[in-house]
Structure formats: structure tokens, C-alpha cells
Design a protein around this ligand. Structure first.
Ligand SMILES: Nc1nc2c(c(=O)[nH]1)N[C@H]1C(S)=C(S)[C@@H](COP(=O)(O)O)O[C@H]1N2
Ligand SMILES: [Mo]
Length: 357
């Protein structure tokens, strides 16, 4: 029997307009995800035609001194490099039943990269937020049409953060990804990087930061990236914020016919704080679990690799499952409560493989 719903190609295009691509799981089997294999999630058809030499970033609103910075000026400020996992809130959406609304991501809308930039904190402290500041709003230079209750609206991509998260030393205005200037699809020349939060917070093509005295309620804040559960009307929708603990098996891949004998099963695991304390693997569909080894580099906000030896000596079909536990004691459920847009599906990843006779 041949399993078909596999991840054979390296990079899967889910939509060309807007540009949405995900990484095949075998290509996630490393500490750093290569930029050319990193998932892409853009909301609008046209990405900004940006030029670093003329790009401006302003910091304004409830501040003592507004700032207006060029790319050169920004890249001469004290910088930091951090490794952080970016996961789209819609990752793994296609595995929900009944189907949820949105781009049909399988498990590949996640990646781990090194980001270099200026801590946003540095810019905010130069601008001096006023006493009544509660949030910072981030605007990208991309815009397009979205439909809202039958009405078409022309909107920019904009998202806010609580001031406390904006001031986190790891929240960056990044200009490099994996040691190179950002690629156009990843936000060239500047993007926000918000480690520990789902990807929607990391605004690409960043051109304006506005400090606010009241919470932002724009389209991508209050109509998207909110959990819409069954049987609950607005205003009880909770916002999507920090990453839920999750793990994936990257080797073998679903449907693979593995060589009979010893096999090293590998994968990655992440959580908001980045501290994965335990990874359990089952090779019998969840009847029994054993502890896998965590290995490789460790950094707050970044994923951790794991591996475990499997004695694949009996011929047949096997279901492999992985389950991570983080330092807060959080673990992965068998299934998540359904929500309309299928956000934050961190349920246990299962794959089926064959050991030939
Ligand atoms: N300006 C802008 N920023 C954006 C988006 C966008 O469409 N426009 N998409 C967001 C979402 S939903 C995700 S998951 C990440 C994806 O970043 P990537 O394409 O670099 O992987 O960017 C976020 N930042
Ligand atoms: Mo996303």
C-alpha cells in the first residue's frame, strides 16, 4: 500500500496570490532553516517594491520625540542577533475536522532562523513613550482588499503589541535573516521579529511604529488572529498571542518505507519560552511512549532538535507520534478545541511509515 498524503516535494506552494508557501518536513530537519526553504505567508498579492536607500522608519504617537530613521542610520545602531522560531498561527490548520477557514497549511508553516537587527526597545527608549502609553502599533507597507461583512475594504497590514512585549530585549527591528539582508518576501528591508509569538506579530516591510494610549482594534487585530470558538459571539474572542508547545517529526516522513533495522527518528520541538524539557516518542500509535534525546543548540525562543533510536525490525505499518513538554509543564493534546480559523493547532503529530518484509 502506498500512502499518498506525503511531504515529498521540498517546498509546497499553497497559494500564488497571495504568496503562501510551506516547507516540506524533511527540509526542517536542521537547527537553522535555510532562507530559500523558509515558509512564506503574505496576505496581499503585491509585495512592496522596496529600496533600502530610500526606506524610512518612523516612531511616533504618544512619545516625547518622534523619530524618522533611514536604513543606514538604523543599521549603524547597536544590533543583536538571535535565533528564533517563527510559526504561522494557521500552521497545521488543514488537519482540523470540520475544515477551518484559511490557507490550507499542513505542518510546514514554521522555521527557525537567525535574525539580526536593532532591539525595538532601543528605538522606543530614544523616542520616550509618554505615561499613558499602552501599546505599540506596527504598520507594513503592503496593502490590499479584505472583505468584512460583505463590504470590501482597502487596508494596510498592521498589528499592535502590548508595550511590555514591545520593550522585550528580544523584540527586534530586523534587517538580516541568516546573515543576509532580508529577502523581499520576508520583509526587505525591515521587519519586526517577535520571538515567542505566532508569526502574524512579526510585521514585514515595517515603515511605522506608533505608540498608542488605547488598544488597537484594526482588522488584523480584532477580525483576524482571534480564536473564534463554537457558540460564542464577539466580543468574547480571545486574541492569538504566544506559541503553544509543539513538536514535529522530520525524519522519517509520512509514507516513507524505512530500511529494516535501526532507524534514527528525528524532529524539532518549540514553545513560547523555548525551553523544551522532554520529548516523548511512540512507535505504536500512542500505546506506549519513550523519552527521546534533546540535542543541538539551545536558545530562548528557538526550537530544539530531538532524536531517538527505533528498532524497526518487525515488518508492517507503524504509526509514529511525538509529544513535547515545556518547562511550564505544558504538553500537546490529542486534538485542540475547534476554532473557526483553525489557529494554533498544536495537537500531536502522527505519521505512518512502512517497514518492508
Ligand atoms: N506586512 C506584513 N507583515 C506580515 C504579514 C503580511 O502579510 N504583511 N504576514 C504575517 C504572518 S501571518 C506571518 S506567519 C509572518 C510570515 O513571515 P514570513 O513570510 O517571513 O515567513 O509574517 C507576518 N507579517
Ligand atoms: Mo501567519
Amino acid at each position: 500500500m502506498k500512502l499518498t498524503h506525503g511531504d515529498a516535494s521540498e517546498f509546497n506552494t499553497l497559494s500564488e496570490d497571495p504568496d503562501c508557501r510551506e516547507t516540506a518536513l524533511p527540509a526542517l530537519d536542521s537547527w537553522i532553516t535555510p532562507t530559500e526553504r523558509f515558509y512564506v505567508r503574505s496576505h496581499f498579492s503585491k509585495i512592496p517594491d522596496a529600496d533600502a536607500s530610500t526606506w524610512r522608519l518612523s516612531v511616533e504617537g504618544e512619545v516625547e520625540r518622534s523619530l524618522d530613521l533611514g536604513y543606514e542610520e538604523l543599521s549603524s545602531l547597536p544590533s543583536r542577533s538571535i535565533v528564533a522560531t517563527l510559526e504561522c498561527a494557521g500552521n497545521s490548520r488543514s488537519y482540523l475536522t470540520p475544515p477551518a477557514e484559511g490557507i490550507n497549511f499542513r505542518h510546514g508553516a514554521v522555521g527557525n532562523a537567525e535574525w539580526t537587527g536593532v532591539p525595538l526597545r532601543e528605538l522606543l527608549s530614544r523616542a520616550g513613550p509618554k505615561q499613558d502609553a499602552v501599546e505599540a502599533l506596527f504598520e507594513g507597507a503592503d496593502s490590499g482588499e479584505e472583505e468584512e461583512e460583505g463590504v470590501k475594504l482597502e487596508i494596510d497590514y498592521a498589528r499592535s503589541l502590548p508595550l511590555q512585549k514591545a520593550l522585550d530585549p528580544d523584540t527586534l527591528v530586523a534587517y538580516q535573516m541568516n546573515g543576509e539582508p532580508l529577502q523581499p518576501v520576508h520583509g526587505y528591508p525591515l521587519r519586526l521579529i517577535v520571538p515567542g509569538w505566532y508569526g502574524m506579530a512579526s510585521v514585514k516591510w515595517l515603515r511605522r511604529v506608533t505608540v498608542l494610549a488605547t488598544p488597537y482594534e484594526g482588522f488584523f487585530q480584532s477580525r483576524r488572529y482571534v480564536y473564534i470558538p463554537t457558540g460564542e459571539a464577539q466580543p468574547n474572542w480571545e486574541p492569538v498571542t504566544s506559541l503553544q508547545v509543539k513538536s514535529l517529526t522530520t525524519r522519517p516522513r509520512h509514507g516513507e518505507v524505512v530500511q529494516r533495522g535501526e532507524f534514527i527518528v528525528q524532529g524539532v520541538a518549540w514553545s513560547e519560552g523555548g525551553e523544551i524539557t522532554r520529548l516523548e516518542l511512540s512507535t505504536d500509535g500512542g500505546l506506549s511512549w519513550r523519552e527521546a534525546d534533546l540535542f543541538g543548540p539551545q536558545a530562548a525562543g528557538a526550537w530544539r532538535r530531538w532524536k531517538s533510536e527505533w528498532h524497526a525490525t518487525t515488518p508492517g505499518h507503524f504509526i509514529l507520534m511525538c509529544r513535547a513538554v515545556d518547562s511550564g509543564g505544558n504538553t500537546q493534546p490529542a486534538s485542540i478545541p475547534w476554532n473557526f480559523r483553525g489557529y494554533a493547532n498544536n495537537s500531536i503529530h502522527s505519521i505512518a511509515v512502512e517497514v518492508p518484509g
